[in-house]
Design a protein around this ligand. Structure first.
Ligand code: CUA
Length: 152
Protein backbone atom coordinates (compact mmCIF):
# COMPACT_ATOMS: atom_id res chain seq x y z
CA UNK A 1 0.00 0.00 0.00
CA UNK A 2 0.92 3.70 -0.10
CA UNK A 3 0.66 3.96 3.69
CA UNK A 4 4.31 3.09 4.27
CA UNK A 5 5.38 5.61 1.68
CA UNK A 6 3.51 8.40 3.48
CA UNK A 7 4.92 7.40 6.86
CA UNK A 8 8.45 7.41 5.48
CA UNK A 9 7.83 10.72 3.69
CA UNK A 10 6.58 12.42 6.86
CA UNK A 11 9.53 11.06 8.84
CA UNK A 12 11.88 12.53 6.27
CA UNK A 13 10.08 15.88 6.57
CA UNK A 14 10.31 15.89 10.37
CA UNK A 15 14.00 15.02 10.31
CA UNK A 16 14.46 17.75 7.72
CA UNK A 17 12.75 20.35 9.93
CA UNK A 18 14.82 19.39 12.95
CA UNK A 19 18.01 19.60 10.88
CA UNK A 20 17.01 23.03 9.59
CA UNK A 21 16.30 24.35 13.07
CA UNK A 22 19.51 22.90 14.48
CA UNK A 23 21.55 24.38 11.67
CA UNK A 24 19.93 27.77 12.18
CA UNK A 25 20.81 27.69 15.87
CA UNK A 26 24.40 26.47 15.84
CA UNK A 27 25.50 26.48 12.20
CA UNK A 28 26.41 30.08 11.39
CA UNK A 29 27.01 30.81 15.11
CA UNK A 30 29.53 33.34 16.28
CA UNK A 31 33.00 32.63 15.02
CA UNK A 32 35.53 32.34 17.82
CA UNK A 33 38.87 34.01 17.45
CA UNK A 34 41.54 31.58 16.36
CA UNK A 35 44.34 32.03 18.86
CA UNK A 36 46.85 30.14 16.83
CA UNK A 37 46.72 31.69 13.44
CA UNK A 38 46.54 34.86 11.44
CA UNK A 39 46.82 38.43 12.53
CA UNK A 40 43.64 38.26 14.59
CA UNK A 41 45.23 37.37 17.90
CA UNK A 42 44.59 39.81 20.74
CA UNK A 43 47.27 38.09 22.82
CA UNK A 44 49.87 39.45 20.43
CA UNK A 45 49.06 42.90 21.77
CA UNK A 46 50.64 41.87 25.07
CA UNK A 47 53.91 41.39 23.21
CA UNK A 48 53.69 44.82 21.57
CA UNK A 49 55.80 47.16 23.71
CA UNK A 50 53.72 50.19 22.79
CA UNK A 51 50.73 48.73 24.62
CA UNK A 52 52.54 47.52 27.73
CA UNK A 53 51.85 50.88 29.36
CA UNK A 54 49.25 52.71 27.29
CA UNK A 55 49.24 56.49 27.60
CA UNK A 56 50.79 59.71 26.39
CA UNK A 57 54.40 59.97 25.26
CA UNK A 58 56.18 63.14 24.18
CA UNK A 59 58.27 62.23 21.15
CA UNK A 60 59.83 65.64 20.48
CA UNK A 61 58.85 69.17 19.50
CA UNK A 62 55.09 69.45 19.51
CA UNK A 63 54.65 65.77 18.68
CA UNK A 64 52.98 63.27 20.96
CA UNK A 65 52.12 59.61 20.68
CA UNK A 66 49.10 58.26 22.49
CA UNK A 67 48.56 54.52 22.84
CA UNK A 68 45.11 53.32 23.85
CA UNK A 69 43.74 49.86 24.55
CA UNK A 70 40.04 49.30 24.01
CA UNK A 71 38.38 46.49 25.90
CA UNK A 72 34.70 45.98 26.63
CA UNK A 73 33.60 48.47 27.87
CA UNK A 74 36.30 51.04 28.49
CA UNK A 75 39.49 52.61 27.18
CA UNK A 76 42.86 52.50 28.88
CA UNK A 77 43.70 55.20 29.70
CA UNK A 78 40.17 56.53 30.07
CA UNK A 79 41.41 60.10 30.27
CA UNK A 80 44.08 61.59 28.00
CA UNK A 81 45.76 64.95 28.56
CA UNK A 82 47.87 66.71 25.94
CA UNK A 83 49.05 70.30 25.62
CA UNK A 84 47.54 72.74 23.11
CA UNK A 85 49.36 73.28 19.80
CA UNK A 86 50.35 69.65 19.59
CA UNK A 87 50.30 67.04 16.88
CA UNK A 88 49.10 63.72 18.24
CA UNK A 89 49.39 60.28 16.68
CA UNK A 90 46.99 57.77 18.20
CA UNK A 91 47.71 54.05 18.21
CA UNK A 92 44.65 52.11 19.28
CA UNK A 93 44.02 48.40 19.59
CA UNK A 94 41.44 46.08 21.11
CA UNK A 95 41.90 43.16 23.45
CA UNK A 96 38.54 41.54 22.75
CA UNK A 97 36.00 42.54 20.11
CA UNK A 98 35.73 45.24 17.47
CA UNK A 99 35.27 48.71 18.97
CA UNK A 100 35.78 52.19 17.62
CA UNK A 101 37.78 55.13 18.87
CA UNK A 102 36.06 58.37 18.03
CA UNK A 103 37.08 61.76 19.37
CA UNK A 104 33.85 63.73 19.09
CA UNK A 105 34.15 66.88 16.98
CA UNK A 106 37.43 65.88 15.31
CA UNK A 107 38.39 63.73 12.34
CA UNK A 108 39.67 61.03 14.69
CA UNK A 109 37.18 58.22 14.13
CA UNK A 110 38.44 54.74 13.50
CA UNK A 111 37.43 51.14 13.90
CA UNK A 112 39.50 49.23 16.43
CA UNK A 113 39.97 45.58 15.54
CA UNK A 114 41.39 42.99 17.95
CA UNK A 115 44.96 42.11 17.11
CA UNK A 116 45.41 45.11 14.82
CA UNK A 117 46.62 48.63 15.47
CA UNK A 118 44.65 51.61 14.17
CA UNK A 119 46.77 54.69 13.63
CA UNK A 120 45.77 58.29 13.00
CA UNK A 121 47.20 61.74 13.51
CA UNK A 122 45.43 64.95 14.46
CA UNK A 123 46.35 68.47 15.50
CA UNK A 124 44.99 70.14 18.60
CA UNK A 125 45.55 73.89 18.59
CA UNK A 126 43.27 75.21 21.30
CA UNK A 127 42.62 74.10 24.87
CA UNK A 128 39.40 72.11 24.85
CA UNK A 129 37.65 69.04 26.20
CA UNK A 130 36.63 66.24 23.88
CA UNK A 131 34.54 63.18 24.51
CA UNK A 132 35.74 59.83 23.22
CA UNK A 133 33.09 57.35 22.13
CA UNK A 134 32.75 53.85 20.81
CA UNK A 135 30.64 53.86 17.64
CA UNK A 136 30.85 50.14 17.02
CA UNK A 137 28.31 47.95 18.80
CA UNK A 138 30.39 45.82 21.18
CA UNK A 139 27.91 44.26 23.57
CA UNK A 140 25.64 44.98 26.49
CA UNK A 141 27.37 48.09 27.81
CA UNK A 142 28.53 49.50 24.48
CA UNK A 143 26.67 52.73 25.26
CA UNK A 144 28.75 53.26 28.42
CA UNK A 145 32.09 52.95 26.62
CA UNK A 146 33.63 56.40 26.67
CA UNK A 147 36.71 58.40 27.49
CA UNK A 148 37.98 61.96 27.64
CA UNK A 149 40.61 63.95 25.82
CA UNK A 150 41.69 67.15 27.52
CA UNK A 151 43.73 69.69 25.60
CA UNK A 152 45.26 72.01 28.17
CU1 CUA B 1 33.15 49.38 22.40
CU2 CUA B 1 30.98 49.83 21.48
Amino acid sequence: TYEKVWIVASMVLIVGFIATITYGAVGPGIAMIDDDGGDINPDKINDDERFAEPGVEHVGGNEYEVTVVAQAWSYTPSEIEIPANSEVTFYVTSRDVTHSFSVVGTNVNTMVVPGQVSEMTAKFDEPDEYGILCNEYCGEFHHTMEGKLNVV
